[in-house]
Design a protein around this ligand. Sequence first.
Ligand SMILES: Cc1ncc(COP(=O)(O)O)c(C=O)c1O
Length: 399
Amino acid sequence: MEIAQAVQQIQPSYIREILAAASDKKVISLAGGLPDEQTFPLHLMQPTIESLTTLRDVFQYGPTAGYPPLIEYLTAAYQLPGTHQVITCTGSQQGLDLIARAYVNPNDTVAMEEPCYLGAMQVFGLAQANLVTVSQDRWGPNIEELERCFKTTAPKMFYAVPDFHNPTGVSWSLERRQQVAKLCNQYRVVFIEDAPYRELRFSGTPLPLVSDFCPEFSIVLRSMSKVASPGLRFGTVSGKRSDIAPLIKVKQGADLHSSLPVQAIILGLLQHPEFADHIGNIRELYRSRYETLFEALQTYLPSGCHVNATEGGMFVWVTLPQCDTFALAKTLLANQVAVVPSPVFYPPSSQAPSALRLNFTNANPEELVTAVQRIAKVLNETYRVNQPHEIKAEFSQSK
Ligand SMILES: Cc1ncc(COP(=O)(O)O)c(C=O)c1O
C-alpha cells in the first residue's frame, strides 16, 4: 500500500535514533527531554490509584472534552472566563495535533520560532503547512522580523514556547510577551502558546502567559509530563470556546476521549495537599543540576563556545564554532555522551548555526561533569589547530 504523501516526507526522528543508542548504560545521555524518574510523585498518586476500583464511572466511556470533575477543577485553576474552556488530551502533543488537524489546510502558513520544538515541526509538517520561521534572541522572538512575517505571509497561527524554550532554554521577557501579544491582536494571528516547562522556573520572576495579553487570539497547551510523569500522557488545551469546539470534533474522531482513569489520577494529584511541595522539590533538584552543568561548561569548554544561561526548564543550548554537528554528535556518542545537534531543530531549508542541546534533568551531578569533560575533550581535539590558546568559553548571563 502506498504511504500517504504527507507521511512520506517526514524524516525519521534523529532524537529517537540517538535515544536508542543512548540506552547503552555506558552512555551518559544529555540527549532526551526526560524528567528524572525518581521525581515521579507516585506516593501522591497512590491514594487515588488505590481507590480507582471504587470509581466505576471512570471505566465507562466519557465525554470527549474530558473527565467532568477534572474539567471543573482546571477551569477554576486556570481562571478561565466564561467565554473560554479547557479540554484534556493525551499529552500536550495530541493537543498540538488536534490544532493542526482542525485548522491547517495544506499550504496554510504557520509561523514558528527558529530553532523550534521538533514535535511541532513534525505535526505541522504532517498537516502540510507552509512553515515560516522567526529568529530568536535571549529575550524572545525578533519583533521586527515577526511583524514583517505577519505582514508579508499572513500566517494562520504563531506557535511558540515562551517559557524555557525547547531547545534553547530562552524565557521571553515581559516586554517581548506584550509585544508579541500586541502583534497577534493587531494582525489577528492566533498565538499557540506551548507551556510544558512553565512550572519548572528555578530562578528569576514568574511572568504572565503571553496569552494573558491576547485572550481573544490565543490557545494554550499545558502538560503534566515534566512535573508529574510523561508516561501518563496527560495535557490540556484551553482557549475561546469557539476555537476549542473544532478540536473536540477532531478528538472524537481520533480517540473518542483520553483515558478517564488517568484523568482521575491527575485530579487526585492536583488536589493533593503536598503537590505544591513536590513542584518546589523538582525545581530545587533541577536548579542544582543546571548549576552543576553550567559550572562544568564554564570550567571545561574551549574558546569559541557560547552557553545560554537559563532560569528553568530542562535544556542548555551551547553554540559552537562552525562545524558539522551531526558528525560531532556521532563522535561524542563514540565517546559515550549523547547530545542533540542543532539542525534537528531547524526546518530543512534553513541554515542551522552549529550548536548542541544539552539536557540537565536526567543525569546525576557526577554524570553531568563527566559528560562535559568528554565533550570538551572532543572539542579541544577537533579545534586544536584553530585554537592554540586556552581561552575560556563565553557565557550569557540570564536577564
Ligand atoms: C515544547 C514541547 N511541547 C510539547 C511537548 C510534548 O509534551 P507531552 O508529553 O505533554 O505530549 C514537549 C515534550 O518534550 C515539548 O518539549
